[in-house]
Design a protein around this ligand. Sequence first.
Ligand code: CDV
Length: 331
Amino acid sequence: MSRILTVAAAQLGPIQKAEPRSVAVERMVRLLERAHKRGVELVVFPELALTTFFPRHYHDDIAEADCWFETTMPSNETAPLFAAAKRYGIGFHLGYGEIAHEADDTGLVRQRRFNTSILVSPQGDILLKYRKVHLPGHAEYDPRRNVQHLEKRYFEVGNLGFPVIRAPMGGLDGINMGMMICNDRRWPEAWRVLGPQSVELVMLGYNTPSINQEAGGFEAHHLRVFHSHLSIQAGAYQNATFAVATAKAGTEDGCELFGHSIIVNPQGEIVAQATTWDDELITADCNLAQCELGRKTIFAFEQHRRPEAYRRITDQVGAVNPPVWSARAGE
Ligand code: CDV
């Protein structure tokens, strides 16, 4: 039996450093309006969707970066987004910088900063929150780089795991929905934590520069989009799930973000793809019943997974060298 949800990736063109949140929110409201006209039931906005990708900007005093973060959600500035979603009966996914006042591992309540995304129901309820686990970049100013990537300076590692929630969306009683953020998509571990929770739809936003700024070696430009799509298509296929991957695109503060937002089905096929570097809505009718084929056959986890052989994945972080073969060892 078909279970169809109409989804959209609402790609955003660049948001410049000087642009206030109200401008970004206004653009997102327009995208929601367009989504409504196309019969969309769930819209996915990018990572850090309310501002420029601020981790490229260095603040000596970290407190100065607080201006990029939200302390409440919704806030006065984001309320129009929640109101529009309610008006149109659309659920949405939003990425933003979050300041939380909560206990850390030692029990100390303090101000904490996360790279966060939320899933919001058409009624305005926050159904699920996720905090980015894989933070790329560096914590200190790096003079070798043309563009900084200071996620390790501004964010703590997410402390919510990779959660999945079953909730009504659109005309469906229950859909298993999960999230990851940008760099997470390159890690099979992130997908594999969502898969065994029977995820049917993974939402993810990203800000990925067209050029590798790591100064660690040459990476051909055309491979940047390929690696992003490869990771998302493989993750969706290997976990029998749909994925909606939404980019920020275009030249932001002089730095080019490659866009190429996609919607992927559980066979790993791209079913919709953005073709501009602007605000752009791409949509797909996702029949969630398509998740069952993979789940019942090649990726029937309960029959085929062998966790006892995977222990190295959780016991070890970096790579070790293998034992060196020697002719004498076998004697
Ligand atoms: N925002 C990101 O996480 N961006 C990284 C870049 C820096 C490689 C990404 O994986 O796309």
